[in-house]
Design a protein. Structure first.
Length: 397
């Protein structure tokens, strides 16, 4: 079944994580993604472990469904080949440190002269402008500088990096959304445009609650463990055999009485210190030991059964293997198997985008380095076998 982006061609110059994640999302939605890689080396993520039969599983997880073409962009002939591909493309995506594309002579002002409809999408640590624009950044750097590390962890303990690469993945998602928006706008204007995504900007956008509270009150958010800064109870509790997450809504639909009933503490329902979610948060030091003592008296499974009986949102704290084996995950087909000529069959997380007619889907595994060079250059540029051999001998492709 064709995806919703069928007919969209993307030249993907990205590497490692944020950019490849964005183009993977677009590939799952049906776009033709041609990954332009360096000769012999390719995306440095190809070296990241663990490996299966010499193939990086890290690279496989981010580059499924793409084609790989190797071009020496430092060579004049390589630039000419790339510009030829640009004429056929809808989007060029890159996540180099700002200035790299300009030094190559392949920045947006050059490319838009070749293809005025081209969308040129850039993602970098700090964006194309500003005092930090030329500063390199990886995930932990922008997480730290963007504040999310400062609010992650337990009170009184050192800051903690979240368990996922939030800096890269968030930027990748915003990058994909921006590309889709630019494609939509092009239907009206007939013109492409440049996209400038900053990983630091994206970290701020992700933390809407922290920044709104600070800007409104001047109070600097601190580490709170798993609990919510506004609503209580809204956190992970230790049980007799593990952990359970429980979240209650406040306001007019306050579920506090239901929570108290389930944990067997009817005596605190009408305590004026706990009358609203906000008051419970303000008096958390008094309330916390009461809740903790109650939740430790039963198993996680027992608490989930009890909370579900009164429709209180709850769930176990699953390990990764438990998530992978979950019946809901299986029903939603969120783990699929793909093939690779070297690694054999391997499993990846499926696209979460469910559309009724044109769903997102994993089309195939990740390409070998340069696997599609001849195919793409012959089909799109009409280059002959003899010319391809000559350019390979000259280390152009």
């Amino acid at each position: 079944m064709a995806g919703p982006l069928e007919g969209i061609r993307i030249l993907d110059l990205t590497w490692v994580l944020s950019g490849p994640f964005a183009t993977m999302v677009l590939s799952d939605l049906g776009a033709e993604v041609i990954k332009i890689e360096r000769l012999k080396v390719g995306d440095i993520a190809r070296g990241n472990g663990p490996h299966i039969n010499g193939v990086s599983t890290y690279f496989l997880s981010l580059n499924r469904g793409k084609k790989s073409v190797t071009i020496n962009l430092a060579a004049q002939k390589g630039k000419e080949i790339f510009l030829g591909l640009v004429k056929t493309a809808d989007v060029v995506v890159e996540n180099f440190v700002p200035g790299v594309m300009q030094r190559l002579g392949l920045d947006y002002p050059v490319l838009k002269e070749v293809n005025p409809r081209l969308i040129f999408a850039s993602c970098s640590g700090f964006g194309q402008t500003g005092p930090y624009s030329n500063k390199p950044a990886l995930d932990i750097i922008v997480q730290s500088m963007g504040g999310i590390v400062s609010v992650t962890g337990e009170p009184g303990r050192p800051p903690v990096k979240p368990g996922a690469s939030i800096g890269d993945i968030t930027a990748g998602l915003f990058l994909a959304v921006s590309i889709l928006a630019a494609i939509q706008e092009r239907h009206k204007s007939g013109l492409g445009q440049a996209i400038d995504i900053s990983m630091l900007d994206c970290q701020m956008a992700l933390q809407e609650n922290s920044f709104v509270r600070y800007l409104a009150t001047g109070e600097v958010p601190e580490r709170l463990g798993t609990r919510h800064p506004v609503f209580t109870p809204f956190q992970v509790f230790e049980t007799s055999d593990g952990y359970v997450a429980v979240a209650t809504m406040g306001g007019a639909q306050d579920q506090w009485p239901l929570f108290c009933s389930v944990i067997g503490r009817l005596d605190i329902i009408d305590d004026p210190r706990f009358e609203t979610g906000w008051l419970r948060t303000q008096n958390y030091a008094v309330l916390e030991p009461i809740m903790n003592a109650a939740l430790k008296t039963k198993t996680t499974r027992e608490w989930i059964k009890a909370f579900e009986a009164v429709s209180l949102p709850c769930g176990p704290v699953n390990s990764i293997d438990q998530v992978a084996a979950d019946s809901q995950v299986a029903h939603r087909n969120m783990i699929v198997e793909v093939q690779h000529p070297k690694s054999g069959n391997f499993k990846v997380v499926n696209s979460p985008i469910k559309l009724s007619r044109t769903p997102g889907q994993v089309k195939k595994g990740a390409p070998e380095l340069g696997e599609n060079t001849a195919e793409v250059l012959q089909q799109l540029l009409g280059i002959t076998d003899a010319e391809i051999k000559e350019m390979r001998d000259q280390n152009i492709i």
